[in-house]
Design a protein around this ligand. Structure first.
Ligand code: AP5
Length: 217
């Protein structure tokens, strides 16, 4: 199974990817998570990416494309993958198409998470993540049973720097101007599956699991 999760910030891509990989053994590749790990480790990539991420802007295509070229060649991708947050521009989509051709891999589907801007703001301003294991919570919709600690590993829960309302609005603008054109790009290729991501997490997961993306396996 090879899927792309496409959708605005806060539409639930990371939440659904985490649920899906409990059911199917594929790699969950989140460009946001890889970048945040690089920022934490203070790598050259992390140092370059941080200013863009903090401002809610996209990290330049050449950095992202090179990062993904390396990631897609790792062994765990041979069983399939979910790309969460990549591609985000037409240039990234074109580069991905070329990379997959070279690796002799084919995409099964691009799942489009549709949700309104107001839902995004509500979800992201209440999001909390675990510093240790990366689990995602929401103070109202999905609180941790252990309060300010992660119910899975006990790690500390924190709020992302880019989950402040003014940065969320900027990220939404960037999504509409630079990423939304990918809807047409993948629509033309017959790969798009639209999901109403404003529903409950379980309903969204059911729609994804019921879809015919497994046909090439
Ligand atoms: P990234 O980390 O990818 O952020 P994003 O795409 O903005 O997506 P999010 O992680 O914010 O949201 P999500 O859709 O995963 O939602 P979640 O499941 O957490 O990117 C961060 C930055 O890195 C970018 O701004 C950019 O600078 C850079 N970057 C990354 N990739 C790049 C690329 N390819 N090119 C260039 N730059 C790149 O859910 C959100 C909240 O809602 C959670 O609290 C969750 O509990 C809750 N929730 C989820 N589903 C539901 C539901 N159905 N009902 C109620 N609540 C729900």
């Amino acid at each position: 199974m090879r899927l792309i999760f496409l959708g605005p910030p806060g539409s639930g891509k990371g939440t659904q990817a985490a649920k899906l990989i409990e059911k199917v053994q594929v790699a969950h590749i989140s460009t946001g998570d890889i970048l945040r790990e690089n920022v934490k480790l203070g790598t050259a990539l992390g140092l370059k990416a941080k200013e863009y991420m903090d401002a809610g802007k996209l990290v330049p295509d050449d950095l992202i494309i090179e990062m993904m070229r390396q990631r897609l060649q790792k062994d765990d991708c041979s069983r399939g993958f979910i790309l969460d947050g990549f591609p985000r521009t037409v240039a990234q989509a074109e580069a991905l198409e070329k990379m997959l051709n070279e690796l002799d891999m084919k995409l099964d589907a691009v799942i489009l998470f549709k949700v309104s801007d107001e839902v995004v703001v509500e979800r992201l301003s209440g999001r909390r993540g675990c510093r240790q294991c990366g689990a995602i919570y929401h103070i109202r919709f999905n609180p941790s049973l252990k309060g300010d600690s992660c119910q899975i590993c006990g790690g500390e829960l924190y709020q992302r720097d880019d989950d402040r309302e003014e940065v969320i609005r900027k990220r939404l603008d960037v999504y509409h101007s630079q990423t939304a054109p990918l809807v047409g790009y993948y629509g033309k290729r017959g790969l798009l599956l639209e999901v109403d991501a404003g529903r409950s997490s379980d309903e969204v997961l059911k729609t994804i699991l019921d879809a015919p993306w497994g046909r090439s396996e």
